[in-house]
Design a binder for this molecule. Structure first.
Ligand code: CP
Ligand code: NVA
Length: 335
């Protein structure tokens, strides 16, 4: 049986103390300063290398997990992350009755903060997570909204850090994203901008990422020596890339558009021919769940170039760093 931990890790000494993050919540990558972004990645790497050193960091602390949509990775990794640091998680199924339907979101927050030390929420509307964060006196973490997926991006950059060395080597690194201009891409762009790498995007016309997010990321990227390009040409995006990333063509909540999108995205599948346009040895990335034969060819996702399971594993370590950074800085509210 293969070992659960990946053996090929950069050396990382155990961190003596949790980081002091500037933000109270983690709703978007933009909640992190550049220093905090790197600090979290360093802590995540240290936690991955020495998980035993952190097993009491969240002793006795509890996390509420609100989910309006299905999940495998996010739900399991937050639960395991809490347990591996001595805490526990309470799952709240909102898939049948969206947040705010049975009672005000503000009241959900004001109750949960009495019993638990943090909230992770996966919602359709980003505004629901923002409302939770505004109301709760405990930290709120975005487990994916229609706008963004910051925990995924943090895990993806932990993955790139492992594969490419450190961030000094990530400079002059070109990441390509081919597919839908969605939540996953928004957070990936924000992380790429902070890291100062080059990011080149190809979407079908009409499926571009939010122009305001793109403009803000282009500005941040320039400050840190990177650049972000958005277009429709797969070849332009893929050419010279060290990694090619894609995501589902129809995100959760958009299933009714799947047939139309399959037509519109037909030329945007990541195939062996697309991988051949990238740098030799380029990695294939996907947040999962994947649809083999749609956004990615079987021969790509199941090839040695694919790092999708490493990305999935790194969700655990990245989120442990986020949980430690946020939950240890805040004390549960008392009525
Ligand atoms: N990548 C990701 O967030 O997976 P889940 O939807 O399974 O949580
Ligand atoms: N863009 C996808 C990501 C799933 C993790 C969705 O929102 O369904």
């Amino acid at each position: 049986m293969p070992t659960r931990r990946n053996p090929a890790l950069p050396a990382a000494a155990p961190a003596a103390a949790p980081p002091r993050l500037q933000a109270n919540d983690f709703l978007d990558i933009t909640d992190l300063s550049r220093d905090d972004f790197f600090l979290l990645l360093e802590l995540a790497a240290a936690m991955k290398a020495n998980p035993g050193a952190y097993r009491k960091w969240l002793a006795g602390r509890g996390l509420a997990m609100i989910f309006e949509k299905p999940s495998l990775r996010t739900r399991v990794t937050f639960d395991v992350a809490m347990q591996e640091m001595g805490g526990y998680a309470v799952f709240l199924d909102f898939t049948e009755s969206p947040l705010g339907e049975r009672e005000d979101i503000v009241d959900v927050a004001r109750n949960l903060e009495l019993w638990l030390d943090g909230i992770v929420a996966r919602t359709f509307e980003h505004a629901s997570i923002q409302l939770l964060a505004d109301a709760a006196r405990v930290p709120v973490i975005n487990g994916l909204s229609d706008l963004s997926h910051p925990c995924q991006a943090l895990a993806d950059f932990l993955t790139l850090r492992e594969l490419a060395g450190d961030f000094r080597q990530l400079r002059k690194f070109k990441l390509a994203y081919i597919g839908d201009g969605n939540n996953t891409l928004h957070s990936l762009l924000q992380a790429a901008a902070l890291a100062g790498i080059d990011c080149s995007i190809a979407t079908p016309p009409g499926y571009e990422p939010d122009p305001a997010i793109v403009a803000a990321c282009q500005k941040t990227a320039r400050q840190h020596g990177g650049q972000i390009k958005v277009g429709h040409s797969v070849a332009a995006a893929a050419r010279g890339a060290r990694a090619i990333y894609t995501d589902t063509w129809a995100s959760m909540g958009r299933e009714a558009e799947a047939t139309q999108r399959a037509r519109d995205f037909a030329a945007y599948q990541v195939t062996p021919a697309v991988m051949a346009m990238a740098r030799p040895g380029a990695w294939f990335m996907h947040c999962l769940p994947a649809h083999r034969g749609q956004e990615v060819a079987v021969e790509v996702i199941d090839s040695p170039a694919s790092v999708v399971y490493r990305q999935a594993e790194n969700r655990l370590h990245a989120q442990k760093a986020v949980l430690a950074g946020l939950l240890l800085a805040h004390t549960r509210a008392r009525a």
